[in-house]
Design a protein around this ligand. Structure first.
Ligand code: HEC
Ligand code: HEC
Ligand code: HEC
Ligand code: HEC
Ligand code: HEC
Ligand code: HEC
Ligand code: HEC
Ligand code: HEC
Ligand code: HEC
Length: 356
């Protein structure tokens, strides 16, 4: 698994990644098989214990531990939600792998490393802004369990999962509160709240594990493709413009989708809150074209010559095509007649000479 992903890999749809069989999948599978097969032997040899033995104590809702500050931390693990989770078939000790005996040590247990089984996601996470913040000692940055939980983890396809499309806003919003609020009011956010599966949520534009600094060039150029995945026609017409060509060349200063439309505050053009509403459009352009004259906004970004929505372009195009076809037809017919004439000419001269 390459750590330095290329641009294309970085912006390939994330859900395709989980489709192909990978080392990660094999490890996950092996863990399940091992866990199921070896459970009785482990108990017999006394190397480690089954989940049931752990639950003997940890299914007690009153089991607590005192933290150094004297506060009580619950040591309770809910058996029901554990059994319903994706890890139900795992023995506890596969994650708490430093517990080798019971009663276990009360001090110095290692933190769980999800990466030992989920190599693929862990590798993607390695270079993310969240992981880099963790390495810097930022206690506010999330690790695996902050987004997924600990003992009740579900697949993102499960509507009860924290990472389910419709619930992700709560996961990210727990820390990015302001953005979540703004996003919920936006058109995309409104669609997501209504259960629209095609509308984007946080990870469609940022990913879940490869989250990048938004000021960086890879993000600013790459996110244009993300918008483009869902808005193909607009992406194509944008690509024909000067701004689009600059973006294709990897130039960040040209206008990209979010420079004109916003990012967490996107609305249809008819909505007065939209940055491209006719009342706001000039200001939007003037972010970069400071002294732009008012008529700059007559410029059409998504000009489509095949759509009657743009009458001038549409009919000019038809006229040009008609002219082209007309010209070629005229010369075509002309040439055929000319050829005909030449043939007749040549034939009559030939026969005339023969008779003489
Ligand atoms: C005899 C009861 C008992 C059994 C059996 C037991 N535990 Fe515990 N466990 C405790 C107690 C009590 C604590 C709180 C320790 C303390 O106060 O520091 C604890 C704490 C923990 C912690 C948190 C440690 C920390 O530093 O925060 C983990 C993880 C844990 N147990 C996992 C397990 C696993 C996995 C099993 C099964 C292999 C298991 N326990 C079996 C009683 C038990
Ligand atoms: C998928 C991995 C995974 C499995 C399987 C797992 N745990 Fe945990 N457990 C964690 C994580 C993550 C934490 C948070 C602390 C850390 O990062 O080490 C944790 C913490 C704990 C704690 C400390 C209290 C808390 O909630 O933070 C206890 C007690 C505990 N686990 C018991 C168990 C028991 C009992 C089982 C089996 C029924 C089990 N765990 C299975 C991942 C796991
Ligand atoms: C001992 C290996 C192991 C460890 C450690 C582990 N997992 Fe898992 N994980 C699995 C297995 C096995 C599955 C079930 C895969 C399946 O059903 O296809 C799974 C499934 C998942 C899924 C659902 C995947 C899907 O495609 O539905 C998520 C999310 C997940 N784990 C997150 C975590 C997190 C977060 C941690 C750390 C707290 C962790 N895992 C630790 C083995 C592990
Ligand atoms: C910032 C939040 C966040 C962090 C941190 C995070 N994840 Fe995820 N993870 C998600 C979301 C959201 C999804 C579901 C969408 C997707 O597949 O991209 C997901 C999907 C997954 C899946 C696929 C499961 C499925 O439901 O199909 C696995 C496995 C997984 N994460 C493991 C991990 C591991 C291991 C770590 C730590 C190295 C981690 N995640 C860190 C948010 C996070
Ligand atoms: C439609 C695509 C899209 C969606 C959906 C989206 N973002 Fe963004 N986000 C962007 C873009 C583009 C930027 C960069 C904007 C800029 O620099 O002007 C950005 C910037 C950010 C930033 C850094 C800048 C800041 O304002 O602090 C964070 C943090 C962020 N997004 C989090 C989120 C969260 C959390 C969600 C879900 C509630 C989310 N994003 C949903 C496209 C999106
Ligand atoms: C536990 C809190 C927490 C959670 C949960 C969380 N983040 Fe973050 N996020 C942070 C912190 C802390 C930073 C680093 C801020 C910094 O250093 O500028 C950050 C940085 C970011 C950035 C880069 C911001 C920039 O300035 O370029 C983006 C984008 C982002 N997060 C998106 C998300 C998304 C999307 C999710 C959900 C899948 C999410 N975050 C979940 C805490 C969190
Ligand atoms: C996961 C897919 C997805 C992504 C990614 C996405 N959008 Fe959308 N967007 C939609 C859907 C679905 C609609 C609703 C379309 C409709 O109502 O016909 C929409 C609506 C819009 C609208 C309102 C106009 C309309 O057609 O109704 C604008 C403007 C827009 N998106 C711009 C963007 C921009 C800019 C980005 C990137 C920063 C982006 N979108 C990313 C799916 C997406
Ligand atoms: C230079 C500014 C600018 C850039 C860059 C830009 N757009 Fe637009 N976009 C507009 C304007 C102005 C409109 C409204 C007029 C129209 O429909 O042509 C619009 C309309 C749209 C609409 C339809 C809105 C509606 O309510 O009907 C969508 C969707 C859209 N753009 C998506 C994108 C995507 C995706 C990108 C990037 C690939 C992008 N735009 C880049 C200015 C821009
Ligand atoms: C993020 C900054 C940014 C925004 C916002 C932006 N542009 Fe541009 N635009 C540029 C840059 C950079 C160039 C290339 C250098 C130049 O000619 O000034 C450019 C070039 C152009 C050109 C071609 C100029 C030429 O010399 O051929 C037109 C036309 C244009 N922009 C129109 C617009 C319109 C209309 C808007 C608002 C809907 C807009 N731009 C918004 C950055 C931006």
């Amino acid at each position: 698994m390459p750590v330095n992903l290329t641009h294309a890999e970085m912006f390939a749809p994330s859900h395709n990644l989980s489709m192909k069989p990978s080392i990660s999948k094999i490890i996950v599978l092996a863990a399940t098989v091992l866990s199921t097969l070896l459970a009785p032997q482990w108990t017999a040899t006394g190397i480690a214990q089954t989940s049931q033995e752990c639950f003997d104590c940890h299914a007690d809702p009153d089991l607590v531990k005192d933290d150094p500050g004297g506060k009580e931390i619950s040591m309770y693990v809910d058996e029901k939600s554990y059994e319903a989770s994706v890890h139900s078939r795992l023995q506890c000790v596969l994650c708490h792998s430093d517990i080798l005996d019971l009663p276990h040590s009360e001090e110095g247990l290692r933190t769980v490393r999800c990466s030992s089984c989920h190599l693929e996601e862990a590798t993607q996470f390695l270079d993310s802004i969240h992981q880099r913040s963790l390495r810097r000692g930022d206690v506010f940055a999330p690790d695996c369990k902050d987004c997924h939980g600990k003992h009740a983890i579900l697949s993102h396809k499960d509507p009860n999962s924290r990472t389910f499309r419709g619930n992700v806003l709560n996961v990210c919003g727990a820390c990015h509160e302001g953005i979540r609020e703004q996003y919920e009011k936006s058109y995309h956010g409104w669609l997501v709240a209504g259960g629209n599966k095609k509308a984007p949520t946080c990870y469609d534009c940022h990913y879940s594990h490869r989250i990048m600094l938004v000021e960086g060039k890879p993000y600013r150029i790459g996110v244009v493709n993300q918008c483009g995945h869902c808005h193909k026609k607009y992406y194509e017409t944008f690509s024909d413009t000067f701004h689009g060509k600059m973006t294709a060349l990897g130039e960040v200063i040209g206008a990209k989708c979010f420079d004109c439309h916003g990012s967490h505050n996107i609305f249809p053009v008819r909505d007065i809150r939209s940055t491209i509403h006719k009342q706001n459009l000039l200001n939007t352009c003037r972010k970069c074209h400071q002294d732009a004259p008012e008529n700059l906004i007559t410029y059409i970004t998504h000009a489509d010559i095949h759509s009657p929505r743009f009458p001038v372009l549409y009919y000019t195009n038809i006229a040009m095509v008609a002219l082209l076809i007309g010209t070629f037809s005229f010369f075509g017919i002309h040439s055929i007649l000319w050829l005909n004439r030449l043939t007749v000419d040549w034939a009559s001269r030939y026969f005339f000479r023969k008779r003489k």
